[in-house]
Design a protein around this ligand. Structure first.
Ligand code: NAD
Length: 353
């Protein structure tokens, strides 16, 4: 089985590729434009592996997509390529419309033609797995959780673009019969995550003794999933999911942002030693809230668990410990990102003096 993974040089895509190559006999074609968020270092050990190939392609480039599908004849597509950072979508929404909406539709058109050209078991077995986010459901108050039937109510340009892409995937299944499955996952964390997202950002700032900018009150709640557990869920849904269905993916690990940041501070104090000025929790600085900041996300993953038998293997406590330890052990990686011009200062807080 050869799987075409779009966005495979990103945080979740690369974790999924590593998981597939380690746990299955499938081979992988990684198709990625290599934006600022991409990093092939986490896949460098597969460069000579006959089960792995890389194609630098933009999903908006239809001709290039057609070339890749003809050359590799994938048995499945797992579509992760996207612009993903909410703050960037507020500053510049058009890149999100272009990649997440136009790019997804371009990919759907090419995948449909590819599928129509297949025959017999190859045609029956083909799958297009669309990877999406729980943010399409909007925000919750303190009660309830998102299920697969929760109405869509996206609030940021990012989530609106992902919601649009979800609808197009549904339409390609209902209208043209493309064999699709889809998944909506909660916030991921783990090794190799680009340090503009909350957990790596706070870990690196805490390590360096910089102020820790927390939006608003810090009481916003997110549901966290360790990235390797997302990878195993994607494989489960790809291989066992019912056609045309979507599955929510989450780890039953709701945490307030301020509690996540404090947990990181305590782990960095423990692993790297305390700062002369005292515990790192004192570095927390509340900054002006993000516009349209959703209050709470929480995932009900019952369908995935009962229908397909998936379970996460990490709790938040074990996963965050592994993650913080990884950033401590991989200083060269994030120092290279800093040297390449990424400052981690998007939240507008200067480094502590
Ligand atoms: P990421 O930003 O780390 O990686 C995205 C990858 O897509 C990058 O390698 C980038 O180069 C590539 N890409 C961007 N535009 C492209 C284009 N036009 N053509 C080809 N490649 C392009 O993102 P991530 O956090 O790994 O998220 C992957 C997917 O999972 C996204 O679809 C995202 O919406 C979804 N998701 C993410 C989370 C999360 O917490 N990170 C949670 C749920 C769902």
């Amino acid at each position: 089985m050869r799987i075409l993974v779009t966005g495979g040089a990103g945080f979740i895509g690369s974790a999924f590729i590593r998981w597939v190559l380690a746990n299955t006999r499938a081979s992988v074609v990684n198709l990625d434009k290599l934006t600022y968020a991409a990093d092939l270092e986490s896949l460098a050990r597969f460069a000579e592996d006959p089960r792995y190939a890389f194609e630098r392609v933009d999903i908006c480039d239809e001709a290039e997509l057609r070339r890749v599908f003809a050359a590799h004849r994938p048995a499945a597509v797992v579509h992760l390529a996207a612009e993903t950072h909410v703050d960037r979508s507020i500053d510049g929404p058009m890149a999100f419309v272009q990649t997440n909406v136009v790019g997804t539709v371009t990919l759907l058109r090419v995948a449909l033609d590819h599928w129509r050209g297949l025959e017999g078991a190859e045609k029956d077995g083909f799958r297009f797995h669309h990877v999406s986010t729980d943010e399409v459901f909007g925000t919750l108050d303190d009660e309830g959780r998102f299920s697969e039937t929760t109405p869509y109510a996206p609030n940021s340009p990012y989530s609106a673009s992902k919601a649009a892409s979800d609808h197009f995937v549904r339409a390609w299944h209902e209208t043209y019969g493309l064999p699709t499955v889809a998944s909506n996952c909660s916030n991921n964390y783990g090794p190799w995550q680009f340090p503009e997202k909350l957990i790596p950002l706070m870990t690196l700032k805490a390590l360096q003794g910089q102020r820790l900018p927390v939006y608003g009150s810090g009481l916003n709640v997110r549901d966290w999933l360790y990235v390797d557990d997302h990878a195993s869920a994607l494989w489960t849904i790809l291989t066992k999911g019912r056609l045309g269905e979507s599955y929510n993916v989450g780890g039953d690990s709701e945490r307030r942002n301020i509690d996540v940041v404090n947990a990181i501070c305590d782990l960095v104090d423990e692993m790297a030693g305390p700062l002369p000025g005292g515990p790192r929790r004192t570095l927390v600085t509340h900054v002006t809230d993000r516009p349209g900041h959703d209050h709470r996300y929480a995932i009900d993953a019952t369908k995935l668990q009962t229908e397909l038998g998936w379970r996460p293997s990490e709790t938040f406590e074990t996963g965050i410990r592994r993650t913080v330890a990884w950033y401590l052990e991989n200083r060269a990686w994030w120092e290279r990102l800093s040297a390449n011009g990424y400052s981690g200062q998007r939240l507008g807080v200067a480094a502590a003096p």
